[in-house]
Design a protein around this ligand. Structure first.
Ligand code: ZN
Length: 201
């Protein structure tokens, strides 16, 4: 599926301010409110819109942020990344080209810091990792550049193939996960449960 001019307008408005009312979006995009609601629902169902969150800066709550660069054998990157996603203090996990993982973690105290480092260091497949404390954020904009004609492609969390049609959504560890079919859904649930189990040991 490709974004048409209306979808891209809706996304642009919502990415800027997720609290914009359906009525206001309708006025700005020359659609009716019910049409806007239906399109927003479709974009949510497809996984293009993953959620609506207040942007709370951890520092305002006395919390610190650290970045982790984690290395493992290329064949282990997927398992290591999935294991990192199961740690509550780890908030973002990215796999980069070259097989490195860049993760972001938040901490409230020295003991949180220690537990993050212990958890990461104790993943058996991790070869080495570095950590860097955040000093100051100078820019943080929503990532997506919204444009008409953009190809929508949501990879299945389990098989990584692009999902055709409406994804199967499951909520694990407080996050939505998108799967292409009931088989991937079942297998991913199993994989996630065993990673959570393994990470506890
Ligand atoms: Zn799949």
């Amino acid at each position: 599926m490709k974004l048409d001019v209306y979808d891209s307008k809706i996304l642009e408005i919502l990415q800027k301010d997720a609290r914009t009312s359906m009525k206001e979006i309708a006025e700005k995009s020359s659609l009716t409110s019910p049409t806007v609601s239906a399109r927003v629902k479709a974009l949510e169902d497809m996984g293009v819109i993953r959620g609506y969150n207040a942007d709370i800066i951890p520092g305002t709550l006395g919390q610190g942020v650290m970045f982790l660069i984690v290395r493992s054998k290329p064949s282990d990157v997927d398992t290591v990344a999935e294991t990192l996603t199961t740690f509550p203090l780890v908030r973002e996990v990215n796999i980069t080209g070259g097989g490195k993982i860049i993760a972001t973690a938040v901490f409230r105290s020295i003991s949180d810091q220690e537990s993050i480092m212990n958890d990461v260091g104790n993943i058996p497949l991790v070869q080495e990792y570095d950590h860097y404390m955040l000093v100051e954020t100078r820019k943080k904009e929503p990532l997506a550049l919204i444009a008409e004609g953009a190809q929508v492609s949501i990879p299945c969390y389990y098989c990584r193939k692009p999902i055709e049609g409406t994804p199967y959504k499951i909520r694990l560890g407080g996050r939505e996960h998108f799967l292409c079919c009931p088989i991937c859904e079942r297998e991913y649930k199993k994989k996630y449960a065993s990673l959570v189990e393994g990470a506890k040991q």
